[in-house]
Design a protein. Structure first.
Length: 108
């Protein structure tokens, strides 16, 4: 019997919480800049960014998650985006230079 090493799941989507609570005394990801973070990720790498209403971590946000099966990244700031993009490049490959679909998302 052979056992193969576990393969790392390649992120295909970045989930970004953009929930904004109506009560100003309660924390929310949007109140802390998550919409700008989502925009910056989209500008930095060819990967789907999905804005989610809530990831259940309001007190620790802005919250990001690489999907599928990725870790939660809590307390994200705009200054953290370059490191996140570098991590995504390492996992998914580099941004394509042509106008075609991103090669790392084609599943081949």
């Amino acid at each position: 019997m052979t056992t193969e090493p576990p393969t790392e799941i390649i992120p295909k989507t970045v989930l970004v919480c953009v929930n904004r609570r109506f009560r100003g005394d309660q924390p929310s990801c949007a109140q802390r800049g998550s919409e700008e973070i989502a925009d910056a990720i989209e500008r930095g790498i060819d990967i789907k960014v999905e804005r989610i209403i809530c990831l259940g971590q309001c007190k620790k946000g802005p919250t990001i998650r690489f999907a599928p099966a990725g870790r939660f990244i809590l307390g994200t700031a705009l200054e953290d985006v370059p490191a996140l993009i570098n991590e995504l490049h390492d996992k998914c490959g580099q941004r394509d230079n042509d106008d075609g679909p991103p090669m790392h998302l084609l599943g081949s």
